[in-house]
Design a protein around this ligand. Structure first.
Ligand SMILES: [Fe+2]
Length: 374
């Protein structure tokens, strides 16, 4: 974030506190990151290991801004959120404070804060983590015709305590220079043909856990264990960044990998000839594993009305911007994806699994551990 931009934002404020997140195009906060970056932290206390450093900027009217005017968000979904929140403020006059961290950290923080939490909204980059938050009793069920009419039933919880805002497909990727016939199923990634040629994200990352949860849902735990075992038998190179995984495929460290599609959107923006392609898996069956970016009103939200206003806006007026900011697929099927994303082609998505990822996350962790997946 440059200073000029900061000044412009400050100039647009009527009152209250504004918090600016220095979100860049970095990969996700890795699961090994320790920092939940607090919006009220001074810059010198910011965890330098967190790629999403958050900067605090305050503060004109103190608590007077809370008269319906400020929403506080804990978000594990980092990509491009700052301009989206700015647009929400411009449209509604409601300001947004936000704190970034990874999904499990933010969940633990909400549990620890209990009724004293300042958070009105929690956003995640993973379906399992929001369902685990629901199970922990820290989300509020909301009654919103806007959300139930906009977000398909498969992409929100049964009791409407969380809502997907975008879909993120986790697919097979391969070198367009060295691979003629990449696998077309997740099981195919374990074919001995890919021995020593495979890159995977580590077991600690929610993306990996939700992928394996989807295998358990589709194939049963015994078969899912066999599939993951076959991946491990291919002696994968574990890399805890999807961007680095794409670059490893491009550079020849591996020939195939499993990764989210939106990273390719970013890489193609920088280099239209980036030599990695997408394979849509399971197209003769259940469809590609799809995870979601979600949002929920917290059970102890100080400003539940503002929280709901933000989520409804993200699902409607802000839906295109939210999804496009990270080359994701909009949750609202009536909103077109970014043209680069459209260029990835049409595909069948395993949407029915989305709601079940949380319930199967513990079993997925067990499968990963039992198979020696690092
Ligand atoms: Fe990501």
């Amino acid at each position: 974030m440059n200073q000029n931009h900061t000044r412009q934002l400050l100039g647009s404020l009527l009152f209250g506190a504004l918090v600016l997140g220095a979100c860049g195009s970095d990969d996700d906060t890795s699961s090994s990151d320790t920092g939940v970056t607090d919006i009220t932290s001074a810059p010198d206390t910011t965890d330098a290991t967190d790629p999403i450093a958050t900067t605090a900027t305050t503060e004109a009217g103190s608590d007077s801004a809370d008269a319906g005017g400020t929403v506080t968000v804990y978000t594990g979904r980092h990509y491009g959120i700052e301009p989206v929140f700015e647009q929400f403020t411009a449209d509604t006059g409601i300001e947004v404070r936000f704190t970034t961290g990874n999904d499990p950290e933010l969940r633990e923080r909400l549990i620890a804060e209990g009724v004293n939490t300042p958070a009105d909204v929690v956003m995640t980059a993973d379906a399992a983590n929001i369902e685990l938050s629901a199970d922990a009793g820290i989300l509020a069920s909301v009654d919103s015709d806007i959300l139930t009419e906009t977000i398909p039933e498969e992409l929100r919880s049964e009791n409407n305590d969380w809502f997907s805002l975008s879909q993120r497909a986790r697919v097979i990727i391969s070198s367009t220079e060295r691979v003629e016939n990449p696998p077309t199923t997740y099981a195919g990634v374990g074919d001995p043909e890919w021995q020593g040629k495979l890159c995977l994200r580590p077991s600690t990352h929610p993306y990996t856990q939700s992928l394996v949860a989807s295998l358990i849902i589709a194939e049963g735990e015994a078969r899912a264990t066999e599939i993951v075992q076959s991946w491990v038998a291919n002696d994968p190179l574990y890399i805890n960044s999807d961007t680095d995984i794409y670059n490893a495929v491009a550079d020849g460290e591996c020939d195939i990998a499993i990764a989210n599609t939106y990273y390719l959107g970013r890489l193609l923006t920088e280099n239209p000839d980036f030599p990695v392609g997408i394979v849509w898996p399971e197209q003769d069956g259940r469809g590609a594993h799809v995870n979601v970016s979600t949002a929920a009103v917290t059970a102890n939200a100080p400003n539940p009305e503002g929280a709901l206003a933000l989520i409804e806006w993200l699902a409607t007026d802000g839906q295109q911007q939210f999804a496009d900011a990270n080359f994701e697929y909009p949750a609202d099927p009536n909103v077109e994806p970014n043209e680069i994303v459209v260029g990835f082609g049409e595909f069948t998505a395993d949407l029915p699994a989305v709601r079940q990822l949380g319930a199967n996350q513990p079993a997925a962790v067990g499968v990963l551990s039992a198979t020696g997946y690092e």
